[in-house]
Design a protein around this ligand. Structure first.
Ligand SMILES: Cc1ncc(COP(=O)(O)O)c(C=O)c1O
Length: 453
């Protein structure tokens, strides 16, 4: 049966972020079922899902509370439009989200994936300024190596050339800040001893063009898809203060960081900032179903609230906006937060993960080790002294991916960045097992194509 499925996969499927040619001679791993941190192939062979199935699984796969919540909902209402109609799971989830986010965030607009959560924030911001009689505020600022999704709008604000270059011709203009990449500081400063010089361009930009800028979009504390670049909380605090001072909207993209992964429910808490728009998805349903939300303030909402004839309606919506099954999964996940008190466990597991990774730094090809909560990344380099990166054609990540599979690990490096993105439910024993296997993978230079002594 597995062989037949593999043949059909090859014949019919086109996989995301995948060069299908890589699989001309080999099969993709066929996943049959999952439990906790483990994925199982049809023969029952287990693999650690060390990247939480693209950063969304939160409490492990197949959690009984979430499964039961979805089953209960399936028996009542699977899908209904959210325009002109409403339903209990969306109402209760919106209430919970408002209660669990800072007081200023008061209204929830649902959608169904991370890209749309961000794109909606951008559209709301733009339309807000028009309603407030400031249509000249229409420029957005992003960050080099920022990533907010794969739609045209979010690609226009992102800055990962590897992903976005092919579409450059169709993207709209926006402004970009230098990356707060402490290991490779764009301002030539030393890690830990700087004065956040990388924010000077934002200060200049706001001083010169602030009145034409609608908003700044940022991933709080870590540029994830751009290379797992962890940056200081002080950067976010200062950027938020600058936005406030110039009346520019702050859009925080917590699609990847939200719901505990960084050690706090939202990463923004560590910088003490509250945005005008909070974008969430992935962990919102603990990874069970596609759902997203853009949470915003009464100030934004009120600018759209007017008699219909005034033309202030927000004309945006997706078929599966606020899908009842997704909302039920999200409510189930929030119930798990209350039942299992994951933050108590994280107080132990986060430092344990750091301690277990320390020895990786000794390897001659590990240039940098970065950690934020249950996310950890190793930047692999050809030369530790000069920080010379691996060449793209070395495909060091591809070698590691395959060696990982042999060790029963799903590792999916981003180029030269090998990372772990662990569920918040991960135990100390699981961290030990994963890091032990991962060490075996990367301590062997044979797994690092192109490494030279
Ligand atoms: C920070 C961030 N924003 C937005 C997205 C886009 O989310 P989606 O893939 O659900 O569209 C991602 C996806 O990885 C992300 O990491």
């Amino acid at each position: 049966m597995s062989d037949l499925l593999q043949q059909k996969d090859r014949k019919y499927l086109w996989h995301p972020y995948t060069q299908m040619h890589d699989y001309a001679e080999r099969d993709l791993l066929l996943v049959d079922r999952a439990e906790g941190l483990m994925l199982y192939d049809p023969a029952g062979r287990p693999y650690f899902d060390t990247i939480s199935s693209w950063w969304c699984i939160l409490h492990g796969h197949n959690h009984p509370t979430i499964r039961a919540a979805v089953h209960r909902q399936l028996d009542r209402l699977e899908q209904v439009l959210l325009a002109g109609l409403t339903h209990e799971p969306a109402i209760l989830l919106a209430e919970q989200l408002v209660e669990r986010t800072p007081a200023l965030l008061a209204k929830v607009f649902f959608s169904d994936n991370g890209s749309t959560a961000c794109e909606i924030a951008v559209k709301m911001s733009l339309q807000y300024w028009r309603h407030r009689g400031r249509p000249e505020r229409r420029m957005f600022v992003g960050i080099k190596r920022g990533y907010h999704g794969d739609t045209i709008g979010t690609m226009s604000l992102g800055g990962v050339p590897e992903f976005h270059q092919a579409f450059a011709g169709m993207l709209f203009d926006s402004l970009r800040l230098p990356t707060p990449y402490c290991y490779r500081c764009p301002m030539g400063q030393t890690q830990g001893a700087c004065d956040l010089e990388c924010l000077a361009p934002l200060e200049t930009l706001l001083a010169q063009k602030g009145s034409t800028i609608a908003g700044l979009i940022l991933e709080p504390l870590i540029l994830a898809a751009g290379g797992m670049i962890v940056y200081p909380a002080a950067y976010l605090t200062k950027a938020a203060a600058l936005c406030r001072a110039h009346g520019v909207h702050l859009i925080l993209d917590e699609v990847a960081t939200g719901f505990g992964r960084t050690g706090t429910l939202f990463a923004m808490e560590q910088a003490g900032v509250v945005p005008d728009f909070l974008c969430i998805s992935k962990g919102l349903t603990a990874g069970y179903l596609p759902l997203a939300a853009t949470v915003t303030t009464d100030e934004i909402y009120d600018a759209f609230y007017a008699p219909y004839a005034e033309g202030k309606t927000f004309f945006h919506g997706h078929t599966f906006t606020g899908n009842p099954l997704g909302c039920a999964a999200a409510l189930g996940s929030l119930q798990v937060f209350d039942q299992e008190r994951p933050f108590e466990r994280l107080a132990m597991t986060i430092p344990h993960l750091g301690a277990r990774l320390a020895r990786f730094k000794e390897l001659p090809w590990v240039g940098d080790l970065r950690q934020l909560g249950m996310i950890a990344a190793l930047e692999l380099v050809l030369d530790k002294e000069t920080k010379e990166p691996f060449r793209t054609e070395d495909r060091v990540g591809w070698g590691i991916y395959q060696a990982g599979l042999k060790e029963g690990l799903i590792l999916r490096p981003l180029g030269n960045i090998l990372y772990l993105w662990l569920p918040i439910s991960t135990t100390v024993a699981e961290i030990d097992e994963i890091t032990e296997r991962m060490y075996r993978v990367i301590a062997d230079p044979a797994n690092l194509n192109g490494w030279r002594k």
